[in-house]
Design a protein around this ligand. Structure first.
Ligand SMILES: *Cc1c(COP(=O)(O)O)cnc(C)c1O
Length: 341
C-alpha cells in the first residue's frame, strides 16, 4: 500500500485550509447572519454547500461507493489540476502519460512545472508492456491512464491498471470520461485493493452537462480529504449542483440516450467502412469514432465548407479525424456528404 502522506506535497500537508462560514457551521438555522450574504431571496443569494453533500449522496447510490470516497470538481479538468497541486513536487515528481491521449494532462503538467514523461501507446493504441513502463517510471508523481482513451476510443484492461498501480509510488489516475458508452468494467472495482488509484468521471459527456462543469473523482477517503483541503471553497456552484441532481433523477432518459448513441455508433461504423475514402474506423468504447482517411485534410475542409465541424487529429495520428456521434439526422447528413466526396 502506498503511503499517501509520503507522496503528498509538503506545503499541502502543513497548510491550514480556508475555513468558510458554510464549513464551520453545517447545522440548521432560521436566520443566517454568518456569511455576509445578501438576505433578499434570489434563489442564489446563499453560498452553495462546499462539500456538495446532496449530489454526493445521489452519486454514491448510482456508483455504489461511499460518499467519503467522492470528490466533485468544476469539471474533471479542475480535478486534474488539483491532483498536480496535491501530489507533484516541481523538480522532483514526474507525470507519466501514454500519447496519443487527452491534452489536458500535459497542459496541467506544464502549468505546474512538472516534468512530463511520454510513453507512447503501441500501434494498436494499447499500453506498452509492463516491462517497458517499468523502465520509464523512476520517480513519484502522477500516471494517467485514459480508459476509454480520447482520441483513440479503446480501453485498458483492469489487470493492466491494477498491476501498474501496485508497482507505482504515486497516484494512478484513471480517466473514465467515456465509461458510460463502454461495455468494459469501470476501475471503481479496483478501489478496495489499491490505495493509490483515483478515477475521474464527468457529467460532460453521457450525462449531457458539458456546460455545467461537473466532474467527479472516486478514490480512498485519505486522497479525497487532501483534495478537499486545497480546492476553492465553493468550487461547484448551486446551479450546476441542481442541474446535476435533476439529470440523475432522470437517469432512465439518460440511459435511453446512451443506448441510442451506441446504436448510432454501430450504424456509423457500418456506413463509414463502405466508403472508398475511409481507410479504417477504429473500435470505439466512446461517443466518437477515430477514422483514418486517404486524405483527411480534404475531407475536413469539405465538411467545414458544408457547415460540419469534426476534429482533425492528424497531428497526433496520421490521416485521422475524430468524429463525435451526433443525432440520427446529423449523422445522416455527415454520411451523405462523405459519400459525395
Ligand atoms: C471530455 C473529457 C473530459 C471531461 O472534462 P470535463 O472538465 O469534466 O468537462 C475528461 N477527460 C477526457 C479524456 C475527456 O475527453
Amino acid at each position: 500500500m502506498v503511503n499517501i502522506k509520503g507522496i503528498t506535497r509538503k506545503n499541502v500537508l502543513e497548510m491550514n485550509p480556508y475555513s468558510s462560514a458554510r464549513s464551520e457551521y453545517q447545522g440548521t438555522a432560521n436566520i443566517w447572519l454568518d456569511a455576509n450574504e445578501n438576505p433578499n431571496e434570489t434563489g442564489l443569494n446563499r453560498y452553495p454547500d462546499p462539500l456538495q453533500t446532496s449530489l454526493k449522496t445521489e452519486i454514491a447510490a448510482l456508483r455504489k461507493v461511499d460518499t467519503d470516497r467522492i470528490f466533485i470538481g468544476n469539471g474533471s479538468d479542475e480535478i486534474i489540476d488539483l491532483l498536480f497541486r496535491a501530489f507533484c513536487e516541481p523538480g522532483k515528481s514526474k507525470v507519466y502519460i501514454f500519447p496519443p491521449t487527452y491534452g489536458m494532462y500535459k497542459v496541467s503538467a506544464a502549468i505546474n512545472n512538472i516534468e512530463i514523461v511520454e510513453i507512447p501507446l503501441t500501434e494498436k493504441f494499447e499500453l506498452p508492456s509492463f516491462e517497458v513502463i517499468q523502465t520509464k517510471v523512476n520517480a513519484p508523481g502522477l500516471l494517467f491512464i485514459c480508459s476509454p482513451n480520447n482520441p483513440t476510443g479503446n480501453s485498458t484492461s483492469m489487470e493492466e491498471i491494477n498491476k501498474i498501480a501496485l508497482n507505482f509510488n504515486g497516484i494512478v489516475v484513471v480517466d473514465e470520461a467515456y465509461i458510460d458508452f463502454s461495455e468494459q468494467e469501470s476501475a471503481l472495482s479496483l478501489l478496495n485493493e489499491n490505495s493509490n488509484i483515483i478515477i475521474l468521471q464527468t457529467f460532460s459527456k453521457a450525462y449531457g452537462l458539458a456546460g455545467a462543469r461537473v466532474g467527479m473523482a472516486f478514490s480512498n477517503p485519505e486522497i479525497i480529504a487532501i483534495l478537499n483541503m486545497i480546492k476553492p471553497p465553493y468550487n461547484v456552484n448551486t446551479l450546476s449542483i441542481n442541474v446535476a441532481l435533476e439529470v440523475l433523477s432522470a437517469n432512465e432518459r439518460i440511459q435511453w440516450q446512451i443506448s441510442k448513441i451506441k446504436q448510432e455508433r454501430k450504424l456509423m461504423i457500418k456506413q463509414l467502412i463502405q466508403l472508398e475514402i475511409v481507410k479504417s474506423v477504429y473500435p470505439s468504447d466512446t461517443n466518437f469514432l477515430l477514422v483514418k482517411f486517404s486524405n483527411e485534410e480534404l475531407v475536413f475542409q469539405n465538411l467545414l465548407k458544408n457547415g460540419i465541424v469534426v476534429r482533425n487529429r492528424a497531428s497526433q495520428i496520421e490521416n485521422c479525424l475524430r468524429i463525435t456521434i451526433g443525432t440520427k439526422t446529423e449523422n445522416e447528413q455527415l454520411i451523405k456528404l462523405l459519400k459525395a466526396i
